[in-house]
Design a binder for this molecule. Structure first.
Ligand code: TGC
Ligand code: FAD
Length: 390
């Protein structure tokens, strides 16, 4: 039995099927056994345990909401619960799984030839091959439409030149999904499956991070990188990468709740045993107010993603609903982690507790996959019909 209770104030588990509950429990146990004992050490040493991918593959969580090709074919709520449980362990571990499934396996599943699907997807589902996703560039983060990476058709190949930045899993990846402007198609955006051992591709890990330390973040340089033309994905325009982001952002909206729930439980337990002024600090109204705020925001976030998951299962959702869930749940998780850190006083800055690590991680989660403010603007455009990015 896990020591993690997983706050459920509105009894949302009563809305889950037996299969969904069983999946949640099995990932919870996996996190207890494989992540919790080593995560603080990995975080402090800036280490991602690469062999974890094979174990995650065995657990069936890589590309878990995809059909066929040895993927688990689970529903969207099950997929969300997996992300929530993994991020209860660490945002970096959930990141690795998000990138593998939503950002690499999904575009191969949706846009690659049958031959390449057969070649890559089953091995990726087993964790034998690792993927990364290159959209962001040093000068184009929130605005990927300005990307400088170019692909030029030469005979039966494409030649890629450019730089991608802040790429999760980069340094451990076997293949990269690279987005580039197609010189021969009026600079429309296209995507490519690029094996990372392709001549001309070099990858450097970004060191000295204070966030997502147990995740690999890299820079990818492409200098006359030649890929076969059939490695191009059959999609054109920014809707290609954005369609992948929809799935990843959905998973993050669930995942952030896992981190928030971990912070809430640790802060509550600490407050009940920490004595100041001859009383547990949990008996002070100001501390209770913080705990009440935390549980309220977790509960609201849970309702948001549960309904979004059911809408997604019916394919009856719009991307702006995903933006709202990602924006709200990550921003609230960050606030909850800050409040929890405060409740722990000085102890909250050590890695003996999980809160400080979650807090630092959530700073990245609030930025990647569209910053909090970019999602605010996406929703603003939906409300008013007026884009306010420029
Ligand atoms: P815009 O003109 O609005 O749209 C261009 C085309 O794309 C279509 N589209 C979408 N399609 C599917 N899903 C969506 N969510 C879509 N949003 C837009 C749109 O219909 C249009 O199609 P078409 O056929 O007319 O060409 O594009 P814009 O350039 O004005 O975009 C504006 C903005 C700011 C919303 C967009 O650039 C944006 O979302 N920026 C944020 C960038 C971002 O999220 N980057 C993420 C990089 S990957 C990452 O962070 C991984 S972290 C991994 C981890 O560790 O978990
Ligand atoms: P900028 O775009 O420079 O934004 C800086 C600030 O300006 C933000 O506060 C932003 O909200 C604000 N801003 C920008 N434009 C506007 C506007 N129009 N109106 C109001 N405010 C605005 N990318 C990938 O492609 N693949 C990955 O695997 C990946 N993994 C990542 C892992 C980590 C740990 C991190 C931190 C990032 C990762 N990213 C990845 C990149 C990530 O998607 C970008 O960092 C993000 O999109 C923001 O871009 P930026 O950092 O260049 O910030």
């Amino acid at each position: 039995m896990s020591s993690f209770q997983g706050a459920d104030f509105y009894n949302i588990s009563s809305l889950l099927s037996d299969e969904e509950k069983a999946i949640q429990q099995s990932v919870r146990s996996f996190v207890d056994k494989e992540i919790m004992p080593v995560i603080a050490e990995n975080y402090i040493n800036h280490h991602f345990p690469k062999d974890l991918f094979l174990k995650l593959g065995e657990l069936g969580v890589l590309g878990a909401n995809l059909e066929g090709y040895d993927c688990a074919g689970l529903g969207e709520v099950s997929y969300g619960l997996i992300m929530q449980e993994l991020e209860r362990g660490d945002s970096g571990i959930r990141s690795a799984v998000s990138v593998q499934g939503a950002l690499c396996m999904f575009p191969i599943h949706a846009y690659a030839s049958e031959e390449l699907k057969q070649k890559y997807l089953p091995a990726m589902a087993r964790g034998e091959l690792i993927g990364c996703f290159g959209l962001t560039e040093p000068d184009f983060g929130s605005n990927p439409s300005g990307m400088q990476t170019r692909a030029k058709k030469v005979g039966s190949t494409y030649v890629l030149n450019g730089n991608k930045m802040w790429i999760t899993n980069g340094g451990i990846a076997d293949l990269a999904i690279i987005w580039a402007k197609l010189e021969d198609e009026d600079n429309k955006v296209g995507g490519f499956i690029v094996p990372t051992n392709t001549k001309g591709m070099t990858i450097h890990n970004i060191e000295k991070k204070f966030s997502l330390n147990a995740s690999i973040t890299s820079e990818i340089n492409m200098d006359q990188c030649v890929v076969p033309a059939d490695h191009m994905l059959q999609v054109r325009g920014l809707k290609g990468p954005f369609s992948c982001l929809n799935h990843a952002r959905y998973g993050i909206a669930w995942g952030a709740l896992g981190a928030a729930m971990a912070c809430f439980e640790e802060a509550r337990d600490y407050a009940k045993t920490r004595i100041q002024f001859d009383k547990p600090i949990a008996s002070f109204q100001l501390v209770q107010s913080k705990l009440t705020y935390m549980l309220t925001e977790i509960t609201k976030g849970q309702l948001l993603v549960y309904q979004l998951g059911r809408l997604k299962e019916q394919n009856n959702y719009i991307p702006q609903q995903i933006s709202m869930a990602k924006m709200n749940n990550v921003s609230k998780a960050l606030e909850i982690a800050r409040l929890a850190r405060d409740i722990l006083g000085a102890s909250g800055i050590t890695l003996e507790y999980n809160i400080g690590r979650h807090l630092m991680n959530l700073e990245s989660v609030n930025t990647y996959e569209g910053t909090e403010d970019i999602h605010r603007l996406i929703i603003g455009e939906h409300i008013t019909g007026i884009p306010a990015y420029q």
